[in-house]
Unconditional design. Sequence first.
Length: 155
Amino acid sequence: MRPAIFFDLTHTLLEKVNGQYYLYSDALDTLKALRERGYRLGVISNLSEGVTIDEVHSFLEECSIASFIDPHLIVLSSEHPENIKKPDKRIFDRALEKSGLVKAENKAIFVTEEHEHILAARSYGWRAILKRNWGECRPEEGECVFSLTGLLSLL
């Protein structure tokens, strides 16, 4: 089974400014390169109750990244009856289930700007990469990039 990379949306792939979402400038090229390298790409996102996968897919189309994201690898907190959110293990387990991976074992990769979510994903056996939008990468944070393009040298 090919590895799967799951991205957080806001502040990882998209920046929110004054209520509007903007794709980070390096997102398209990075997603394209990762797909060309054989990675399956997905999303794990905490969204309001009632938001559907179809709505998220339409939003990804508006952002011009839907063609890179496997619609079967969109995992939303709102699709769980209890509206579980990251860093709850169950949302990561759901992502593994959707990806067909039995265990994370370095085939499941999570990229986010949320340090707490990174620590949780790692504790569940995932390879987790922190995307720093400001500040500096510290050795105790493990794998860390300042831009999405930085993923290309790590993966």
